[in-house]
Write a protein that binds this ligand. Structure first.
Ligand code: HXC
Length: 310
């Protein structure tokens, strides 16, 4: 049966598809998550972004608010996703000021590069606490709001008003394993499992839960840390990517719009890999151990300066 053109135009890819919706995003001051939120605000949503650094988070909120005249974007800093109480307080403020939460992006992450031999038990645990426990805490703190939103916006497949959706931002490292990223790979495997379980457990209430895994994306901290060394050496790092380029934050934002829009109504429990096909190639970072011998043999890598906290 032919689908009328108007059904596409009215429901998806138009201005205002997220009018009167609220997105709550952890790690929202970071390069990728801020682009995801900016796209949703641009298309009508209001937003609450959560970060650890107060000034960075508030400045980013002001910047995102310029995406659309009249947009309300709150930046709540000094929130540590490892502590559920601090997230619950942020959720309370978001609901009070913006009226509820329809979409959640669990994007806060911690990352540094280190060989396994350079990871203390606490270093390993720290990344699991931020990525896995932090994602769980984000889900737990926002779940009552997601349930309310899903009930208000039944996911019938014909209702253009969607709500009660969560996206976890993960990585591809655990698909293959990745040198210097054991802690992150393990943490993100847990995040993927949490999303899949949420999809099954809360699907019957109309909630969708999916994962987005960005690949090498230009301008991110991760690329600065993991990509630049190789790029500096050869100037051709992007050639590993089947599409022969790095991705852009807009391409991650596009995936986010897709999953939260009516176009994503029936997508639940999935992992949307946005990496140009990178993880599948034999030359991708996951299986390129031979290119890291100096890193792997040199435990001094374990004491690289940590990234600035977002
Ligand atoms: C080995 C390290 C280390 C390093 C810290 N540790 N940096 N071990 N190598 N480079 C150890 C510490 O010695 C300590 O263990 C434990 O980790 C906790 O360190 P703290 O500094 O006390 O932790 P904290 O202040 O909570 O900082 C967390 C952090 C930090 C993860 C270490 O880097 C951070 O907050 N980062 C947030 C910003 C960030 O990384 N964003 C990027 C996300 S991108 P001991 O045993 O000494 O007590 C992303 C995608 C990656 O995740 C994509 C890549 C391509």
């Amino acid at each position: 049966m032919a689908i009328p053109r108007s059904e596409y135009l009215s429901a998806v890819w138009r201005d205002g598809i997220f009018d009167n919706k609220v997105v709550f995003c952890t790690g929202g001051a970071g390069t990728i998550c801020s682009a995801q939120v900016r796209a949703l605000v641009h298309l009508g949503a209001n937003a609450c972004i959560i970060g650890r650094n107060v000034e960075k988070t508030e400045t980013m909120a002001k910047s995102i608010a310029t995406a659309r005249p009249g947009a309300k974007v709150i930046g709540i800093g000094a929130v540590d996703v490892r502590k559920i109480e601090s997230l619950e307080a942020a959720v309370e403020r978001c609901v009070k000021e913006l009226g509820g939460i329809d979409y959640v992006i669990a994007g806060a992450a911690g990352n540094f590069i280190s060989p396994i031999s350079g990871l203390s038990a606490n270093a390993f645990k720290t990344v699991l606490d931020i990525d896995t426990i932090g994602s769980f805490n984000t889900l737990k703190a926002t779940l009552p709001q997601l349930i309310i939103s899903a009930a208000k916006n039944p996911n019938t497949g014909t209702n253009p008003s969607t709500g009660g959706r969560i996206i976890f931002v993960s990585a591809t490292f655990h698909f293959t394993g990745m040198p210097l990223q054991a802690h992150v790979a393990v943490a993100k495997a847990g995040v993927d499992a949490l999303s899949a379980t949420t999809a099954i457990e809360y699907g019957p209430r109309g909630i969708t839960s999916n994962v987005i895994t960005p690949g090498p994306i230009m301008g991110t901290e991760g690329m600065a840390r993991l990509g630049s060394r190789e790029a500096e050496k050869t100037g051709t790092a992007f050639k590993k990517v089947p599409l022969q380029r790095y991705g852009t934050v807009k391409e991650i934002a596009d995936g986010t719009v897709y999953l939260f829009s009516d176009a994503g109504n029936f997508v639940n429990g999935e992992v949307l890999v946005i990496d140009g096909g990178d993880w599948r190639t034999p030359g991708s970072p996951g299986n390129r151990r031979s290119e890291y011998p100096d890193f792997l043999l040199d435990d001094s890598m374990a004491r690289q300066k940590p990234a600035s906290k977002s």
